[in-house]
Design a protein around this ligand. Structure first.
Ligand code: ZN
Length: 62
């Protein structure tokens, strides 16, 4: 799962590290543009639930 650099807004940066613990996953990123490093933590169950409910909440906001 790619992320956007919070420092220079470079997009689609692939994670260079991944850590799982229980239902959580944390991705470590390092921006190739400015060298900024950050970690994004996500909850796996919450994500799969969002995908399951997606059809009911389909909104195409422009
Ligand atoms: Zn950057």
């Amino acid at each position: 799962m790619t992320d956007t650099c919070p420092d220079c807004c470079r997009r689609r940066i692939p994670p260079c590290a991944e850590r799982r613990r229980g239902g959580r996953i944390a991705h470590g990123y390092r921006c190739p543009g400015c060298g900024h490093e950050w970690v994004t933590a996500r909850h796996l169950p919450a994500y799969s639930e969002l995908h399951r409910r997606a059809p009911r909440q389909t909104r195409k906001a422009a």
